[in-house]
Design a protein around this ligand. Structure first.
Ligand SMILES: [Zn+2]
Length: 214
């Protein structure tokens, strides 16, 4: 199965009525733009899923917590008012993709106000990340999203070789609790993460809240 087909299958399960689904996409997709591959991404799995969800849901949000800006996802929806794109990532002045991901990028034309970038300072840890997630959650509530694509990378982990942020395993679980509390159908799409030994634990932490009833 191709990477994007995994996201399509996950989106279809949400369209069929599941509250939550997880798509183990490889390679990741969030740097891929509408017209070109970039950053080891060929097709934008999260964006494809978001577009599919629009077939049923009027207002869809994408929340991307990979340590790199979700520039492809931003570009694809930048002029659209019906899909809110939110990305929490290392400050692009010090990190790929360098040219996008700044806080002033808020959308264009009809899409103005439907893009939110929350760059983190180099070495950001739990407190800064969780504060940004709270801001992101508020924006998703204010947008009145009725479905969510949660693009999850694990390269903000303290052990990740990219060395940009300093999250621990459990911090990913806390992020996931905030996301689940939004109370909308949610497709989790796997993005980056290069500390092979910790990805499994972090994924457990993310999926945990979605596997409990409350
Ligand atoms: Zn990344």
């Amino acid at each position: 199965m191709r990477s994007y087909e995994t996201a399509v299958a996950g989106a279809q399960s949400i369209l069929d009525g599941e509250a939550h689904a997880y798509a183990l996409c490889r390679p990741s997709g969030h740097h891929a733009r509408s017209d070109r591959a970039a950053g080891l991404c060929f097709l934008n799995n999260a964006a494809i899923a978001a577009q599919l969800l629009r077939g049923k849901f009027d207002r869809v949000a994408v929340l991307d917590i990979d340590v790199h800006h979700g520039d492809g996802t931003q570009e694809i929806f930048y002029r659209r008012p019906d899909v809110l794109t939110v990305s929490i990532h290392a400050d692009p002045r010090h990190a790929y993709p360098f040219f996008t991901g700044h806080a002033h990028e808020a959308g264009f034309g009809a899409g103005l106000g439907a893009n939110l970038n929350l760059p983190l300072p180099r070495g950001a840890g739990r407190g800064q990340m969780l504060a940004a997630v709270d801001v992101a959650a508020k924006s998703i509530r204010d947008f009145a999203a009725d479905a969510l694509v949660f693009a999850v990378g694990f390269d903000a982990h303290n052990d990740d070789p990219v060395g940009l942020c300093a999250l621990g395993d459990d911090d990913f679980g806390e992020i996931a609790q905030t996301v689940k509390a939004l109370g909308v159908p949610t497709l989790i799409v796997h993005e980056g993460g290069y500390a092979i030994d910790v990805i499994g634990r972090c994924l457990d932490a993310v999926l945990g809240p979605f596997l409990t009833a409350s």
